[in-house]
Design a binder for this molecule. Structure first.
Ligand code: NZQ
Ligand code: ZN
Length: 384
């Protein structure tokens, strides 16, 4: 078990009807910028609930933050924040709105080029405080310090993180998920699942508490993921999926353990090149990582097979084959496609992605930093 320090100050306000609590969470003396995406919050009543809760506040709005939030859009918002002297940001929407808002918070008072935070040249020293109403359980962004920003003209999608952009609070009202399209429900379960896997399927390092938490969360997704996709009105299911997605990436389940973010690293490049939804890239890549890295991950693969899927019989290599198949089958059963060719992608993707990862310094990756250019190519070659 590895040494660790842990601090997570995000206040979670969970439950139906909790948007009304915004008035006790958002500071009244600050000018607030309400940020949102393409308009889902106006169609499903979330916008009205937020405005009701904050009546009497000084609020300006910035809508139009794209799925996979776009760098240029966020720079425009930051410009407005500077001009209007915004003192608090309230992100209302999915992970893209929240990630975009974190980036706005970080760049608004930065005199240099905003890209510096994404290519690692600089780290923010101040940020506008922010809070969130999360309407799409998936990313865990509501309780972490990460944000991912896309720059389409450069075919780039890059993460950044800073404790300064941890939300002060996150409202999780499962009612908000009722209007999610089926595709986003599928995405939410898969993104959550893969976040857990990337913190769990690494070395067998004696981090039993984290392992058990991960296995428990994975079982919740296996048992209830399909119901979440099929029964949008079941608030017990939605509430549990929502909390699982927060728990999957708020830092708790990785404590004392190793992480392997290679599936996400490869997935971000696939989104940057082909515009695929984030979670779909993960459903494509993870089975390939499991297959190619099966020797390194053998002990955890066998534990995962046993505890999450009840696979205990047969020789070890056969159990590993079975559980890799089960994992992909689970994604497909939810309704996701898991092969590049199913999206009409036939070009030389393995080489293109490995080249890009090499050129921006993402290689080697994996828990042992032993996944190199050739391994990335091998993984994607299996996923055509
Ligand atoms: O833009 P609007 O109109 O709001 O519609 C959104 C969007 O089209 C819609 N939506 C959200 N809530 C809804 C709703 N539609 C109906 N009813 C609701 N209640 O869903 C669409 C997708 O939204 P988006 O925010 O893009 O999805 P998601 O939450 O999956 O976020 C994806 C982004 O988060 C990043 C991804 O890379 C991607 O850019 N991630 C962020 C992470 C983090 N900060 O820790 C970790 C993740 O691994 C991930 O990388
Ligand atoms: Zn993710």
């Amino acid at each position: 078990m590895r040494n660790f320090e842990f601090y997570n100050p995000v206040k979670i306000v969970f439950g139906e009807g909790s948007i009304a609590k915004l008035k006790s969470l958002v500071p009244r003396d600050k000018k607030v910028m309400l940020t949102y995406g393409g308009g889902s919050i106006k169609k499903n009543g979330v916008y009205d609930q937020v405005k009701d809760a904050l009546s009497g506040y000084r609020i300006i709005e910035f809508g139009g933050i794209e799925a996979n939030p776009e760098y240029e859009t966020l720079r425009k918002a930051a410009e407005i924040c500077r001009k209007e002297k915004v003192g608090f940001l309230l992100a209302v929407g999915g992970g893209s709105v929240l990630d975009g808002t974190k980036f706005i918070a970080a760049i608004s008072n930065y005199a240099g080029e905003a890209w510096d935070f994404l290519d690692g040249k600089a780290r923010p020293s101040v940020a506008i405080p922010l809070g969130s109403v999360m309407t799409l359980p998936a990313t865990g962004s509501e309780m972490n310090a990460n944000a991912v920003v896309s720059r389409r003209e450069m075919k780039e999608k890059r993460p950044f993180n800073s404790p300064l952009v941890l939300p002060q609070f996150a409202i999780l009202d499962p009612e908000t998920t009722k209007t999610l399209p089926e595709s986003q429900r599928i995405n939410g379960v898969i993104d959550t699942y893969v976040h857990i896997m990337e913190q769990y399927l690494t070395t067998d390092g004696g981090a039993w508490v984290s392992d058990n938490l991960s296995e428990g969360l994975l079982r919740v997704l296996v048992e209830h993921g399909k119901a979440y996709v099929e029964k949008p009105d079941d608030m017990t299911v939605a509430g549990n999926i929502m909390w699982a997605s927060t728990m999957a990436l708020n830092g708790i389940i990785r404590l004392g353990a190793d992480s392997d973010w290679s599936t996400h690293a490869i997935g971000h490049i696939l989104t940057a090149f082909y515009g695929l939804d984030h979670a779909i890239t993960l459903a494509i890549v993870l089975p390939g990582v499991m297959q190619v890295m099966r020797t390194n991950k053998k002990s955890k693969l066998l534990q995962y097979a046993k505890v999450v899927w009840g696979i205990t019989d047969g020789p070890e290599e056969e159990r590993i084959d079975k559980v890799i198949h089960k994992t992909e089958e689970f994604f497909r059963m939810l309704g996701a496609k898991t092969k590049l060719s199913e999206f009409g992608i036939t070009e030389d993707t393995p080489t293109l992605v490995a080249d890009k990862m090499q050129s921006i310094g993402l290689l080697p990756c994996g828990e042992h930093r032993d996944m190199d250019y050739d391994i990335v190519k091998e993984i994607l070659s299996l996923r055509k």
